[in-house]
Design a protein around this ligand. Structure first.
Ligand code: UT7
Length: 322
């Protein structure tokens, strides 16, 4: 059986760091509230002229070097993002061109914070079907450009960044199972009220800002993430005791702790970046994976469960060996 397997990872975080102390000067909040309710201590914020593709290019270069592949080797580019450079062309074509990758299949996926899990699952199917030999898969966001910096309910939560992986066919176990889901009935709990065919005139005004009923999202997230983790494990016939690492979406330390508890995993086996990155939406899982690999904790051959939950709602998990 041919698996798809991660051959290299990379991440990019914008230079500018915004701390909780900086936010205390902007809205009625406190470092103590942000840290205890969310786990966030600082987040990176992209420059006004910096785009999602700019960040992806930097993350991709590192992942490609790590995997030992050049632009000519890549035959598929997929990016999960809700903050692409433009409405069209899709951001993957911009990244493909900037990296000098020859013409290939290139598209982006919009699944909010679950974007990378959706993108990785899609690339896995292409590779297993023999339709791709070297996929560049990314999750990236300039999500702070959608934030209302006067709204303390949301502005303290988010950050920017990009994570990239190179996925290749392998006879050794790589991605073992994937599980995806979505349910649009929850749209009003977490959404951005401006799009090309909705309310476009409000773009750039105070009416254009992320809308979230945080505590309701929290409850559904914990319940759904528990179910989606179980689905990926059950599909593979793997028990939670066999897991070496949990690499979760980094929305809130309390959600991450609840997931670790459900999986009977001590927090030492969970990669946590929410304190440094904030919620980077689709970028959070690939960046956390890269952090765990680069600091030497996550090793080749280990069994990893990645999971995410976001607006839509969308959700998903990937079980794999590194
Ligand atoms: O990534 C996609 C999925 N997203 C998530 O999973 C996010 C899930 N939700 C959460 O992480 C949490 O619900 C939040 C961190 C967003 C909020 O935490 P919470 O414990 O659910 O707080 P809350 O919304 O119930 O608000 C509690 C209080 C409110 O005051 P009152 O009404 O009790 O007087 C808020 O006004 O905290 C207040 N509050 C703040 N206080 C200081 C809300 N934001 C702030 C703030 N600083 N930044």
């Amino acid at each position: 059986m041919t698996y798809s397997r991660i051959a290299g990872t990379g991440r990019y975080l914008p230079e500018r760091i915004m701390t909780n102390a900086d936010l205390e000067k902007m809205v009625d909040t406190s470092d103590e509230w942000i840290r205890t309710r969310t786990g966030v201590e600082r987040r990176h914020v992209c420059a006004p002229d910096q785009t999602t593709s700019d960040m992806c290019v930097e993350a991709a270069k590192i992942a490609m070097a790590e995997a030992g592949v050049g632009p000519e080797d890549v035959d598929m580019v997929i990016t999960g993002t809700t903050s692409p450079d433009l409405v069209f062309p899709n951001v993957s074509t911009i990244i493909q061109h900037k990296l000098g990758i020859p013409a290939c299949t290139a598209f982006s996926l919009e699944a909010a914070c679950t974007g990378f899990i959706y993108a990785l699952t899609t690339a896995d199917k292409f590779i297993k079907a023999g339709e791709a030999k070297c996929a560049l898969v990314m999750g990236a966001e300039c999500i702070t450009k959608l934030v209302d910096w006067k709204d303390r309910n949301t502005c303290v939560l988010f950050g920017d960044g990009a994570g990239a992986v190179i996925l290749k066919p392998s006879e050794e176990a790589g991605i073992i199972s994937c599980a995806l889901g979505a349910d649009g009935q929850y749209k009003d709990l977490l959404y951005y009220p401006v799009g090309v065919s909705t309310n476009l005139a409000a773009a750039g005004t105070d009416d254009a800002a992320i809308m979230m009923t945080g505590n309701e999202v929290f409850k559904v997230a914990v319940k759904t993430l528990g179910a989606i983790a179980k689905e990926a494990l059950d599909k593979a016939g793997v028990s939670k005791e066999e897991l070496d690492w949990l690499v979760p979406h980094q929305a809130n330390i309390r959600i991450i702790q609840a997931m670790a508890k459900r999986l009977n995993m001590p927090m030492e086996k969970v990669i946590v970046t929410v304190q440094d990155h904030g919620n980077t939406s689709a970028a959070s899982v690939p960046m956390a994976l890269d952090v765990g690999i680069r600091d030497g904790r996550v090793k080749k051959g280990e069994l990893i469960l990645m999971e995410a939950f976001g607006g839509g709602f969308t959700w998903g998990s990937v079980l794999m060996r590194l």
